[in-house]
Design a protein around this ligand. Structure first.
Ligand code: NAP
Length: 553
């Protein structure tokens, strides 16, 4: 009998719980899984909800069980499994039927799949679902991408099963094709950064201040009642206060200190780079996970380059240190959201989605992993100024950020001095954005390739500085001269040599990125080798405001 309102394909933890959620809200749901055991398991776990579930043993049975035009939700492993599931179902479907991919797809795949199915007369939605198993069962945050008329066919089901924030469903159509999956991707990127920063602050509280897990749990619990109020801070408090029943040790001490980085979290960093949207805390969090996964190498390096942890400078004033860490975490959290929303804003322009960013913030307020009270302020910011350049400029966020931002560089400096937390980078990634004293003009002038050859359009070549003079001054101070005023122009005949030197120095292999990488690697692996984070010996002498800068403008 074809009376199911919707079908769910893929009955692992997410699909099964979404199906139970739908059944609980009164919908009839047809179920199918590639391995039949999972279907049986789902039916066994369904309890009284089983009467609204229709277990199917084949795709043919499934298609026959759903009302036309059909809506079939795929909740299988992201990637090839989605294409394979579509390939199996497509020949069985009628024109106008809709396939809905609710897994963690790469949005580029979603765009491709929608276009291909559209050509075949089938409808498609790409839907991001956040909240894990618990969310799927009791109310996730749902981010939809696709055509409004297709969404219109399932919006009743989606809004019924979505989490509610003060009675408003956390579910919305955010744009066409890949918009929903893109927003879910960035959600997970923010989650990476937020979790990483929480981990770093935990590390400093534990090793820098010598607090026990339970004491740190109390600190997080206190913080969760203030502006840091969020699911992740809340759950951290709970985890830290939990004892492992098997060993009797704090649970945190029996968790393996290694995390993977794949799929959505990594794609956030990749898409940010592709869009030219700075996302240093998200990227750093992805990298930190990569470092954490190199367990054997970490062990080898820490044995080869041992270094003792140093207590935080502020350890003598525990309460002041805790307050500083709270502020740093708050600033970092604001910046992680700021990065995430800036990436979405750039993508919205690039792909023509017109992402409703206030709505994105609103549907993240319940059900999803990064739910937090900050999202109310973020929603208001985008309501007031939809094209705001940076969230930290929003009237609702500026005072909070200003109050906290100063703590971030202080904590980062402490973390690097402290040693063992040196490998953790997300707070450090966020720190530059917290410095309101960003130099203007900045050092980017030296990143532009100076043109010292004559340029007919621009007039005569700038004169290189006299080489020996530069060398002397650099040797004496260890740093480039502060201004160009005391430098003599080169003598005729030396210009060619000097030009080569500039080229060599400025185009050479050891660019600033490599220096940064070296510092990170060393601080990661060799707590004792912290001095490597000191400014690298200057390799080119003129400061930004002198000749080469002028030459590049
Ligand atoms: P999963 O472990 O990602 O995937 C397992 C499911 O995919 C099983 O039903 C499996 O069927 C099916 N599958 C794998 N390869 C297949 C293929 N080639 N053809 C057909 N089916 C195939 O399951 P999950 O954790 O429930 O996640 C489902 C989706 O939701 C994923 O995209 C995931 O990234 C996303 N998601 C997960 C969470 C979470 O907390 N787990 C949260 C949000 C989003 P068999 O039983 O036959 O192997």
């Amino acid at each position: 009998m074809s009376d199911a309102d919707i079908a769910v394909v893929g009955l692992a933890v997410m699909g099964r719980n979404l199906a139970f959620n739908m059944a609980e809200k009164g919908f009839r749901v047809a179920l199918y899984n590639r391995s039949v055991e999972r279907t049986d398991e789902a039916m066994a776990l369904a309890g009284p909800l089983a009467e609204r579930l229709i277990p199917c043993r084949s795709p043919e049975e499934l298609v026959a069980a759903v009302k036309k035009p059909r809506a079939i939700l795929l909740m299988v492993q992201a990637g090839a499994a989605v294409d394979e599931s579509i390939a199996r179902l497509q020949p069985l479907l009628d024109k106008g039927d809709a396939l809905i991919d609710a897994g963690n797809a790469n949005f580029h795949d979603t765009v491709r799949r929608e276009a291909a199915l559209d050509k075949a007369g089938l409808a498609f939605l790409g839907v991001g679902v956040s909240g894990g198993e618990e969310g799927a069962r009791h109310g996730p945050s749902i981010m939809v991408g696709g055509k409004p008329e297709v969404y219109g066919r399932v919006d009743k089901i989606f809004t019924a099963i979505a989490a509610k924030f003060e009675a408003t469903p956390c579910c919305a159509l955010l744009g066409t094709d890949g918009a929903g999956h893109f927003v879910k991707t960035i959600h997970n990127g923010i989650e990476y950064a937020d979790m990483q920063m929480i981990g770093e602050v935990y590390g400093l509280l534990r090793r820098g201040l010598g607090l026990t897990p339970v004491e740190i749990g109390d600190v997080f619990e206190r913080w969760s009642k203030g502006p840091l109020s969020s699911y992740l801070v809340d759950i951290t408090a709970t985890v830290l206060k939990t004892v492992d029943p098997k060993t009797g040790k704090p649970l945190v001490d029996v968790i393996v200190d290694s995390a993977g980085q794949k799929g959505t979290g990594r794609w956030s960093a990749i898409e940010a780079l592709a869009l030219g949207a700075p996302a240093s805390s998200i990227t750093a969090a992805v990298e930190a996970r990569g470092v954490s996964a190199e367990r054997a190498l970490r062990k080898t390096l820490s044995e080869r380059f041992p270094g003792a942890a140093q207590p935080l400078t502020l350890a003598g004033n525990r309460e002041a240190a805790i307050e500083l860490l709270e502020q740093a975490l708050l600033a970092g959290k604001i910046l992680a959201y700021t990065e995430g929303f800036a990436i979405m804003s750039a993508a919205s322009r690039e792909y023509g989605w017109k992402l409703p960013l206030a709505e994105v913030a609103r549907i993240w307020r319940a059900g999803c992993i990064i739910r937090s009270t900050l999202l109310d302020r973020i929603a208001s910011a985008y309501d007031q100024t939809p094209d705001i350049e940076s969230l930290v400029l929003a009237p609702g966020l500026t005072p909070l950020f200003e109050g906290a931002a100063g703590a971030l560089p202080e904590v980062v400096a402490e973390a690097f001095r402290h040693g063992p937390v040196g490998r953790d980078l997300a707070l450090a990634g966020a720190a530059p954005a917290a410095l309101d004293r960003r130099p203007d003009p900045g050092p980017a002038r030296l990143l532009r390739r100076p043109r010292l050859r004559p340029d007919r359009r621009r007039g005569p070549a700038p004169r290189p500085l006299e080489p020996e003079r530069r060398l002397t001054r650099r040797t004496a101070s260890g740093f480039p001269a502060a201004t160009g005023s005391r430098m003599r122009p080169a003598q005729p005949g030396r210009e060619h040599r000097a030009e080569n030197r500039y080229r060599l120095i400025l185009d050479g292999g050891r660019g600033p990125a490599r220096e940064g990488r070296t510092c990170r690697t060393k601080s990661t692996a060799t707590p004792g080798a912290r001095t490597s984070a000191a400014p690298p010996a200057p390799r080119c002498s003129p400061p930004p405001s002198t000749a080469p800068a002028g030459a590049s403008s």
